[in-house]
Design a protein around this ligand. Structure first.
Ligand code: NAP
Length: 344
């Protein structure tokens, strides 16, 4: 039986040919079904817009984490208020976020309690749970700890460093005693990295002299490269890896939706310098989430870890706001506030 609540949701009409366009999706209004035991109805306040959604929308193969197919609600991490509940762990009036990225770009989500964690809106702004205290923070933590195997004193380079994952990765590497160089587009973002976020150095990857600037900034080579961009930046960093260096291959935003998947010209460096080049997926590190989250929250409360959200308002604006991810038009973690005026 249906519930009295009506939901608005973005569903896929067809697979996008490149960067998702408005016509590839439709905003539908539909009845919310009744809850089954153990389920919760979450009225979403913020949903997260992530570059990975483009990959899941565009892929025609089933990917770990879940490809989005025609008819599906566009998947997204979300945080909101419990408005109906058949779970003792999530009473009406409590706040929760999902940790599998299944809340969706919509107003209401029915989720099983196993997909949720409680959040305290007094301890941190709700949208921080989609940033430093959510998937991006956990991704940075997992990549550096599990793949990067950081040692104090090492030189770490982070691309996409002003983005959600990159900002977290650079700050965590600093906390762990490394020297951190961030790569970002433009002087303003570079100043934010070295000022507010405490990076040791920041380089503008659009300067046209990134290779030379990196050599100056990392005279003994790069021990750990945390890659969020792929493409030419990855190739340049690969060419400057130190012996036994590690490349943490987190993402390739430069290639998403653009079809730019050029090869690596500096790949021999992997052989000559015994570089480890390893990709990873957030989902694989779920057993570590609770301890990592406690560490991230502790650093945040101690003022060691800063976060910045770029909030756009209105569910109907999803597609144009999503495009900002690929045009450097954002200055922090991009979140969509589902309704005007409701922030809690
Ligand atoms: N492996 C995993 O499990 C996992 C989990 C989460 C995210 N990721 C990946 O991690 C990466 C970062 O995610 P995020 O959430 O931090 O994204 P984000 O907040 O959107 O930040 C991405 C940054 O990339 C930069 N950028 C955009 N287009 C670029 C281009 N063509 N070349 C170079 N830089 C570009 C932008 O800053 P500028 O202004 O400096 O260009 C932006 O700040 C993405 O590739 C994402 O898919 C992977």
């Amino acid at each position: 039986m249906d519930n009295a609540v009506r939901n608005r949701a973005w569903r896929m009409r067809r697979k996008p040919a490149g960067l998702v366009q408005q016509d590839d999706l439709e905003l539908v209004t539909e009845a919310v079904r009744a809850l089954a035991p153990g389920e919760v109805l979450l009225r979403l306040v913020h949903v997260s817009l992530d570059p990975g959604q483009q990959v899941y929308m565009q892929s025609t193969q089933e990917l770990p984490g879940g490809t989005i197919w025609p008819g599906d609600v566009i998947r997204a991490w979300g945080v909101g208020e419990v408005v109906e509940s058949r779970s003792d762990r999530f009473p009406v009036g409590s706040h929760a976020r999902d940790h599998h990225g299944v809340a969706g770009v919509q107003e209401y989500a029915i989720l099983p309690e196993a997909a949720l964690i409680l959040v305290d809106p007094e301890a941190a702004p709700l949208n921080a749970h989609l940033n430093i205290l959510g998937m991006p923070g956990l991704t940075a933590h997992a990549g550096l700890s599990q793949i990067g195997c950081l040692q104090p004193g090492e030189t770490v380079v982070v691309s996409g460093a002003s983005g959600a994952v990159g900002a977290a990765a650079g700050q965590i590497a600093r906390i762990r005693g490394c020297r951190v160089v961030g790569l970002a587009g433009g002087p303003e973002k570079c100043a934010h990295l070295t000022g507010e976020l405490g990076f040791d150095a920041a380089l503008d990857y659009r300067s046209g002299r990134l290779a030379a600037d990196l050599t100056l900034a990392c005279p003994d080579g790069i021990d750990v490269y945390f890659d969020n961009t792929g493409g030419e930046i990855l190739d340049i960093c690969l060419g400057q890896m130190a012996r036994k260096g590690r490349i943490v291959f987190c993402g390739a935003i430069a290639a998403y939706g653009s079809g730019d998947s050029r090869g690596l010209t500096n790949y021999l460096r992997i052989l000559t310098h015994q570089v480890r080049f390893e990709a990873f997926a957030y989902y694989d590190y779920e057993p570590h989430f609770a301890s990592a989250l406690a560490e991230l929250a502790g650093w945040m409360q101690a003022g060691l870890l800063k976060h910045r959200e770029d909030v756009a308002v209105g569910l109907e604006n999803f597609v144009p706001v999503f495009h900002h991810l690929f045009t450097s038009g954002i200055s922090g973690k991009l979140v969509l506030q589902v309704r005007d005026g409701v922030t809690r």
